[in-house]
Design a protein around this ligand. Structure first.
Ligand code: FE2
Length: 299
């Protein structure tokens, strides 16, 4: 079997507002417009990924939260309605997706062998979390690639951001080794926002962009710092800063997703491609691609 590889890693945030504003047929609410800079960023990402052949997408989502270990989707297909618990007015999405179960099982086995606590999720009635659905939809709205979803175990909340870092560095390495062993070509998605301080009240018209802005200048400075390091190819420094960033910018990197992905990519030293940055209810969101295949990637 030929050796598998990670062909791209993407920071692919999941605000449901972006799906709402796109008006796909699967989503019940209708929007006039909204959050264009981010939606156009996702368009650029999709065009870029069209140049690459790949078999599956693997996503680590902050909204599949597990307290005992890391879980992997392990059922061949899911079909249901996903309703955002905070924004049911924006996101009632009828999803239908397939899972690359053999890849998920290979990843689970490698993670277990690396010493992590793991579990395959085999419940056919499981409701797939909206973070997984939104990131995958915006990256590949055709839903024609099987996915693997990985849970975010809550080590940041239960222990500390540093404990989470240690686990995610291991999980990233195990992910890379599993993908190499699988023979497949895979796109990784870290489904998280950057700074994550929300508005506390919503405008009457959700897509009223006169109300959309960063919440706090300190949050913005942190976002720009992290994005600049991405543009400069300084992945190891990003990972070193993540515990402070998580604490000071209330960043969604608490989920471990970004650390996991940069570890799986083996800390790229080439510049990442920033496809877009913008806020959603005040949270900072960047769509960033590490085109690993074009850089003869380490993975
Ligand atoms: Fe989120």
């Amino acid at each position: 079997m030929t050796k598998g590889s990670i062909v791209a890693g993407v920071l692919a945030p999941h605000p449901p507002h972006l799906v709402y504003a796109e008006n796909p047929e699967q989503n019940e609410p209708r929007a006039e417009c909204g959050w264009e800079t981010l939606r156009w960023g996702y368009e650029r990402l999709r065009k870029s990924l069209e140049q690459i052949e790949y078999d599956s997408m693997v996503v680590l989502s902050p909204h599949w939260q597990t307290y005992v270990g890391t879980h992997f989707l392990g059922v061949p297909s899911f079909k249901s309605l996903s309703v955002d618990p905070i924004f049911p007015n924006l996101f009632r999405f009828h999803y239908e997706l397939t899972v690359d179960v053999p890849l998920a099982e290979t990843m689970e086995a490698h993670a277990r062998e690396a010493g992590l606590v793991t579990k395959m999720m085999r419940n056919p009635d499981f409701r797939v979390d909206y973070g997984t659905i939104v990131s995958c939809h915006l990256t590949r709205p055709e839903w024609d690639k099987p996915i693997v979803s990985i849970s975010s175990h809550r080590a940041t909340q239960y222990f500390s951001a540093d404990v989470m870092q240690g686990h995610m560095l291991k999980l990233g390495r195990a992910t890379r080794e599993a993908i190499e062993a699988s023979g497949k070509r895979v796109v990784l998605l870290a489904s998280n926002s950057l700074s994550h301080r929300h508005f506390t009240s919503e405008s009457e018209v959700p897509e009223d962009m006169s109300r959309e802005h960063i919440y706090h200048h300190g949050q913005y400075l942190w976002d720009m710092k992290m994005i600049e390091l991405m543009r400069q190819g300084r992945a190891r420094e990003i990972v070193e800063l993540i515990p402070d960033f998580t604490e000071q910018a209330v960043a969604e990197t608490d989920s471990g997703a970004l650390t996991w992905m940069l570890s799986a990519l083996d800390f790229p030293e080439y510049p990442a491609e920033v496809h877009g940055y913008g806020t959603v209810i005040g949270t900072g969101n960047a769509i960033v691609e590490w085109p690993q295949a074009r850089h003869g990637g380490a993975a």
